[in-house]
Ligand binder design. Structure first.
Ligand code: HEC
Length: 145
């Protein structure tokens, strides 16, 4: 991705984060939706249909996240989605992958040395996995029937 593209994406994502924070105020927090609005909507759109504001800068069209089950015999493939969103291990995409590798991104957010919480130290991978699972839970709830 070009540098200017990366800056635009970062901007679009932080804008998304602010909008969703405002929308969340006073409502019960939907964690998966919150992460999706702030990290995924720039490309996949707020409705998950693949028409986010950043999509025009990409060679490939971001996938429609609401038809994953429809295209997979009605089942949300949780394990495949986890590996795909994480992206650190498997090469799911042919050619270049435009979808960011979220495993690296989330791992960086967790920090190199995660401080112990109430005396218990955390494996940062738990943070990565928890976020990806919250995302998949949300994706599962926006599937077309
Ligand atoms: C920079 C734009 C961009 C962002 C941000 C982005 N994606 Fe993607 N995503 C894509 C593109 C483009 C594809 C199509 C595959 C490819 O990259 O070649 C895709 C594909 C996917 C797929 C595959 C769907 C299928 O049917 O196989 C899933 C699932 C997905 N993205 C989830 C997410 C999630 C969850 C997030 C947020 C954590 C996210 N994406 C953020 C661009 C993006």
């Amino acid at each position: 991705m070009r540098r200017s593209g990366m800056i635009a994406l970062t901007l679009a994502m932080s804008l998304g984060a602010h909008v969703s924070q405002a929308a969340d105020a006073g409502q019960q927090q939907d964690y998966g939706k919150h992460i999706c609005d702030s990290k995924c909507a720039a490309c996949h759109g707020v409705d998950g249909k693949g028409n986010g504001p950043f999509a025009a800068n990409l060679v490939k069209k971001p996938s429609d996240l609401t038809t994953i089950a429809k295209n997979n015999k009605g089942v949300v493939p949780v394990m495949a989605l986890e590996a795909l969103i994480d992206g650190r291990e498997e090469a799911f995409f042919h050619g270049t992958r435009e979808m960011p590798v979220w495993g690296h991104e989330l791992r960086a957010e967790a920090g190199a040395d995660w401080p112990a919480y109430m005396g218990v130290s955390f494996n940062p991978e738990v943070f990565v996995r928890g976020r990806i699972m919250a995302l998949i839970d949300y994706i599962g709830r926006i599937q077309e029937k």
